[in-house]
Design a protein around this ligand. Structure first.
Ligand SMILES: Cc1cc2nc3c(=O)[nH]c(=O)nc-3n(C[C@H](O)[C@H](O)[C@H](O)COP(=O)(O)OP(=O)(O)OC[C@H]3O[C@@H](n4cnc5c(N)ncnc54)[C@H](O)[C@@H]3O)c2cc1C
Length: 440
């Protein structure tokens, strides 16, 4: 009997795991279970809407989804429609690939004020994730502060300052485009607790900030060190490139363009100012000692109406799986969680790295499954199918996802690649209409 594997989550970790299992030589039947009708996790809902080339990796995942040995079960949530304990009874192996969807809080006074947002929520909103489409952020402000110096902070700043023409070939949701276009925004601040060498931006993303139509980057040359210090070769090259880019930015004039993105280093947010609504951010100047930011006791304020924390993500504990509260991941040893239970991707090792960083996790889990489960003993798919039918769960298979995808493409105004549906109901309505047409 083939080994039955349930993969929970259809993001990069889920698909790399499926791909590695297919290539492992083990006779497997894989079911990929996804809570949304739409596959691909953060490739659809995290990766910036104007970075369509990055999203093309999903074409590779599609080949995996279309394998005879793989079935996609969209719109099925583990914990809602089927329990983890049930899955473990039905499948020889269950692999958790559910990501880390929650925002890490800033942990400073004033965080409950209106206008304080996390990047998971804000990015989810502009990307049309059904969980966040009602966020409705009030962008009626001339200044936004983004806390964090990684690519997500840059994505957020860029999407806020790009022009309509620059976003034309993106899949930014219509409501977000409208809200951003009508915002009186002139200044976006990106704050880092540590210095430019410690910042996590990749150079391509950083450089892009110098090429925008309506916005100019601003950097204080006094914050740029002469060199990057003692680093391994690969790191050193990246950091040197970033420093060179930031030096170019430091030479740019503030009045070159109507909008500015200010990179401010050595500044730790300590309090969000204002009444019910955000009116500003108080920061403490820092210096870096042994790689850590140390407060100087000197404070400064900036006026802003929105604060977006882009300081990382944390996992949502999965009912029935042990959780490591310190690391905010499912407790595991190199991907092994318990007998027949595994994890890969952000839920396994925390929210770092790029899409391809999840590939090694998938390969490692496939090896574990191959070693632990030489032959299949559990029914897998037929049991899941029966259970979902009994519970009347309306699942979406891959062919149905392709219909949703085709409708999104048909609804778009070129050069936009798609106009996303942002509610599960609207996605399912496409399928119901297609059913009615085929009956009629
Ligand atoms: C804002 C942002 C932008 C990024 N941009 C880039 C970029 O430009 N380039 C790049 O290389 N990397 C980028 N990354 C990183 C990349 O997206 C991640 O490395 C990758 O998505 C992590 O994969 P994952 O499968 O672990 O998690 P995810 O991609 O989050 O996938 C998890 C999946 O599990 C599903 N799920 C969750 N709970 C359940 C449940 N209970 N039942 C069923 N399904 C469930 C979710 O709906 C989701 O589809 C970005 C990340 C973020 C946050």
């Amino acid at each position: 009997m083939p080994v039955s594997v349930a993969i929970v989550g259809s993001g990069p970790a889920g698909f790399y795991t499926a791909d590695a299992l297919l290539k492992s030589g083990v006779d497997v039947r894989i079911d990929i279970i996804e809570r949304l009708p739409t596959p691909f996790g953060l490739i659809r809902d995290g990766v910036a809407p104007d970075h369509q080339t990055t999203k093309k990796v999903s074409a590779k995942f599609e080949r995996t989804a279309l394998s005879d040995q793989v079935r996609y079960w969209g719109n099925v949530e583990v914990g809602r429609d089927v329990g983890l304990a049930e899955l473990r009874r039905m499948y020889d192996a269950v692999v958790l690939c559910v990501g880390a969807p929650l925002d890490r809080p800033l942990g400073i006074p004033g965080e409950d004020k209106q206008g304080v947002l996390g990047s998971a929520a804000f990015v989810g909103w502009y990307n049309g994730h059904p969980d966040f489409r009602d966020l409705d952020p009030d962008l009626n402000t001339s200044a936004v502060a983004v806390v964090g110096v990684g690519n997500v902070a840059i994505d957020v700043a860029r999407v806020l300052v790009k022009t309509e023409a620059e976003m034309a070939a993106s899949d930014l949701t219509g409501y977000a485009a409208k809200a951003i276009r009508s915002a009186p925004l002139t200044d976006v601040y990106i704050f880092g607790r540590r210095g430019p060498v410690e910042a996590k931006f990749t150079n391509v993303e950083l450089r892009e900030m110098g090429k925008l139509e309506n916005s100019v980057p601003q950097v204080d040359a006094a914050q740029l060190p002469d060199g990057v210090g003692d680093l391994a070769d690969r790191d050193r090259r990246l950091k040197e490139r970033n420093l060179a880019t930031l030096r170019e930015f430091a030479a740019r004039r503030a009045d070159e363009k109507p909008k500015r993105v200010h990179f401010r280093f050595y500044a730790a947010p300590v309090e969000i100012l204002g009444g019910d609504r955000v009116e500003g951010l108080r920061l403490e100047r820092t210096r870096v000692e042994k790689g850590r930011a140390v407060g100087s006791g000197e404070f400064f304020d900036i006026a802003c109406g929105v604060v977006i924390a882009a300081i990382g993500y944390r996992a949502d504990p999965v009912d029935g799986a042990p959780f490591d509260g310190d690391r905010q991941i499912v407790a595991n040893t190199d991907g092994r969680v318990a007998d027949g239970l595994y994890a890969a991707g952000w839920i396994m090792r925390g929210p770092t790295g790029v899409i391809s960083s999840n590939r090694a996790d998938g390969v490692a889990v496939a090896e574990l499954v191959g070693a632990d489960v030489p032959e299949g003993k559990k029914p897998g798919r037929v049991a899941l199918e029966t259970l979902l039918r009994e519970r009347r769960v309306r699942h979406v298979d891959y062919a149905e996802w392709k219909k949703i995808e085709a409708a999104e493409a048909a609804n778009a105004t070129p050069p936009a690649p798609r106009r996303k549906f942002v509610t599960v109901e609207d996605m399912l309505a496409v399928l119901d209409e297609a059913d009615e047409r085929s009956v009629g």
